[in-house]
Ligand binder design. Structure first.
Ligand code: GLN
Length: 461
């Protein structure tokens, strides 16, 4: 499982190995690592996996599954529905939920012959940056078990980095694919909003949620993205991805937003940012710094909009239709209150409270409406920057992977660390985290590249 997904797919197609052997290797690695890593909430039963692998192998031999990832084992974040397979969203609320259908993105991969191994750990309802808010306990960073792999797609990132699977799906609302990729030394690709259907994704903040890819390298991420993108009538925000090529022979113009290269950046991360810029210059790119407007508004605007949408999306978990149901409730109100009280963790409750507050009649204009206006201005600031630059280069997160427990007492500090990733999310732009090197103590650090909404090809070519 240490070779790339594309290499493995090629070896399977050439008959040098087969899908069943690849699935067995994934299961062996899981047996070896999982106890200390905790990347999965649910590994599918071995016979289910092996049957799927045999089926994929038959389709490959009959030339029915021709995709470069046919036969390759993968994992899916546990907020993407898979039919007949527990899908918990990392929450007690959905601990026993078994969906009746499979998410569009997962279906695309299964149709292409990729072999699903299991569902990965995540922050509860994707709210968090460390995977510690999961009802099922924290995942460990494969580089240092005392540290977090990042979040909220921390299980997917750790599973790929530890070689338990060849690639994984994650979701990114304000950084949840890019940030764990950075902390685990792999590539995390967040497509532009709407490029991948959200059908079958359990919603956190619907105007920001995007299905993304965690992969060993850019070529793998590109191969997965090519399978995922299509217009899906089941998601009305889904759009056709328009790929633009960079004009032949023109030097790449890379911009570094000035306000995002200093405070609160860890000196080692800053040094790696500067080293990355230098490497681009050596390759002939024009790299310069510029003023990106409104960066001080990124985090407050994101947390206003994300929590508002979360409070509305999570209203459906009332103990009546589905999800956790409190026992021996007296009245219907009591049932709803106690089901929500028992089913949701602390961070999710905090977000529901914040979101309900900013949507309340007295504060709607002052917070929510204002945040929407600022979001539009942030989008324009990015558009303007991307009319002068092909790529915007920033760190992914101010420091390398945090020790577990770092943010226990201070969620606001955790929110502040989302500064670099929430901007592209608010603007709906594609962004990718690419490994840029390691700190002196050996922790991986990624850099983020942001491109125009219609130009995802730039960063994957
Ligand atoms: N850390 C951010 C949050 O907690 C981003 C999470 C995500 O992208 N799902 O909202």
């Amino acid at each position: 499982m240490d070779m790339s997904a594309l290499e493995l797919g090629k070896r399977i197609r050439e008959g040098k190995t087969d899908a069943v052997a690849a699935a067995k290797a994934a299961l062996d690695r899981i047996r070896e690592k999982e106890e200390s890593l905790g990347a999965f909430i649910h590994v599918l039963p071995e016979d289910t996996i092996l049957r799927a692998a045999e089926d994929a192998q038959r389709r490959i031999e009959r030339k029915e599954a021709l995709s470069p990832l046919a036969g390759v084992p993968f994992a899916v974040k546990d907020n993407l529905c898979v039919k007949d397979c527990p899908t918990t969203c990392g929450s007690k609320m959905l601990k026993d939920y078994v969906p009746a259908y499979t998410a569009h993105a997962v279906t695309r991969l299964l149709n292409a012959g990729a072999v699903l191994i299991g569902k990965t750990n995540m922050d509860e309802f994707a709210m968090g940056s460390t995977t510690e808010t999961s009802f099922f306990g924290a995942t460990k960073n494969p580089y240092d078990p005392a540290r977090s792999p990042g979040g909220s797609s921390g299980g997917s990132a750790a599973a790929v980095a530890a070689g338990e699977v060849s690639f994984a799906l994650g979701t990114d609302t304000g950084g949840s694919v890019r940030q764990p990729a950075s902390h685990c030394g792999i590539v995390g690709f967040k497509p532009g909003y709407g490029t991948v259907s959200r059908s079958g994704l359990i919603a956190y903040a619907s105007s920001l949620d995007v299905v993304g890819v965690l992969a060993k390298d850019l070529a793998d991420a590109k191969a997965v993205m090519e399978l995922l993108t299509d217009k899906d009538p089941a998601d009305m925000t889904s759009v056709e991805a328009a790929f633009e090529e960079n004009e032949e022979g023109k030097p790449l113009r890379i911009g570094i937003p000035k306000s995002l290269r200093d405070d609160p950046l860890d000196p080692e991360v800053r040094a790696l940012l500067m080293k990355t810029a230098e490497e681009w210059r050596e390759k002939g790119a024009e790299v310069s710094e510029f003023d990106l407007a409104l960066t001080e508004a990124f985090v407050p605007v994101y947390y206003t909009i994300a929590t508002a949408e979360a409070s509305s999306n999570l209203e459906r978990y009332d103990g009546v239709k589905y999800g956790h149901r409190a026992q021996n409730a007296g009245s219907i109100t009591d049932l709803m209150e106690r089901s929500r009280e028992e089913g949701f963790g602390e961070e999710v409750k905090r977000r529901i409270l914040m979101g309900t507050f900013v949507l309340s009649r007295e504060y709607y204009d002052a917070y929510y409406r204002r945040a929407l206006r600022l979001r539009a201005a942030i989008r324009r600031a990015y558009e303007e920057a991307l009319s002068s630059y092909d790529l915007l280069l920033t760190p992914v997160t101010p420091s390398p992977a945090p020790l577990l427990g770092t943010f226990e007492k201070s969620p606001v500090r955790m929110y502040a660390d989302d500064l670099y990733t929430v901007g592209p999310s608010l603007a709906g732009l594609p962004a990718v985290s690419i490994p840029a090197g390691k700190t002196k103590s050996g922790l991986p650090v990624g850099m983020q590249y942001v491109v125009k909404g219609s130009a995802e090809q730039h960063i994957i070519d």
